[in-house]
Write a protein that binds this ligand. Structure first.
Ligand code: 6GU
Length: 283
């Protein structure tokens, strides 16, 4: 285990954030985590002591000779269910492991499961304010419901498809949360990115200026910072309208944004009879 003292600070906005963060992962397959944690940004953050990932093998908490962790479902049906005893013993053992210093409360215990709450950037940001998270990876057809009732605080899914287990989903959560922990990547990339303001990203280009006959948009090499900013904003709006029009309803849009979107055929929900009616009833 890499030593790390999770402690909390408050920034100017009064929000809690961490100087470091610990993830405890409970899994039957700890080997699945070696690849993602040993490359690139997560590797560097772990080496720097900014994040700490502690893997716990649920099978080590099985007490029978065969170290059984699953059993057939009551009522019949296909597949196997994770037995309550080894999983509960593992969760309780992890919760009893004293944090190194200063942690104010018990960490949330989160079950990775396809019937959980859909994971979003908003949830990633919320989880990134925790000093410590406990991620439980479900396997087989599911987890005994009584363990969920007794020991699980929250259930998260990473999308509407079925994985063979929660391990890849836990890695997705660790990756999305870890990059929001101060010091893991530079703050500017976070502030700038898709989803933080509800719009998709603008297209990016790097050298050469012409590649296989395709030129970079001239505005980007013009040196006019104001025009570059306007072009990028419009590209974000155009892309979001084309690919994810559902996001526009919740995006932070200026009047200029709305005017531009209308030139692209967007149906502005604040313009028209419904909006006029609600404005009239409010005043
Ligand atoms: Cl968290 N687990 C599994 N097994 N499948 C999933 C998932 C989680 N999220 C989406 N599909």
């Amino acid at each position: 285990m890499i030593g790390l003292s999770p402690w909390r600070r408050r920034n100017a906005t009064g929000l809690c954030y961490n100087a470091g963060m610990r993830f405890d992962v409970l899994t039957l397959f700890p080997g699945m985590f070696a690849g993602p944690l040993n490359e690139s940004i997560l590797k560097r953050a772990i080496q720097a002591g900014i994040i700490n990932v502690v893997l716990h093998d649920i099978r080590a908490y099985a007490t029978d000779r065969h170290r059984t962790t699953d059993d057939a479902p009551y009522g019949g049906g296909a597949g196997m269910v994770m037995k309550p005893e080894p999983l509960a013993a593992c969760i309780r053992a992890v919760l009893s492991m004293a944090p190194e210093t200063g942690e104010p409360s018990q960490p949330p215990v989160i079950l990775m499961t396809p019937d959980g709450e859909p994971f979003t950037q908003r949830i990633a940001a919320e989880l990134a304010t925790c000093a410590r998270l406990v991620l439980v990876c479900g396997r087989y057809e599911g987890v005994d419901e009584r363990v969920r009732e007794a020991l699980i605080d929250r259930e998260i899914s990473i999308g509407d498809y079925v994985l063979t287990g929660g391990e890849l989903a836990a890695m997705v959560v660790i990756d999305a949360v870890a990059r929001l922990v101060p010091g893991v990547i530079d703050a500017e990339s976070i502030a700038d990115e898709s989803f933080s303001d509800g719009l998709l990203e603008y297209p990016q280009y790097t050298r050469p200026a012409v590649w296989e006959g395709r030129a970079v948009p001239p505005v980007l090499v013009s040196g006019h910072h104001g025009e570059v900013a306007q072009w990028r904003r419009r590209e974000r709006l155009r892309r979001t309208l084309e690919r994810r029009p559902d996001l526009l309803a919740r995006a932070a849009l200026t009047e200029a944004d709305r005017a531009y979107l209308r030139t692209l055929g967007w149906n502005d929900p604040t313009v028209g009879e419904g909006a006029e009616h609600s404005a009239a009833t409010k005043s």
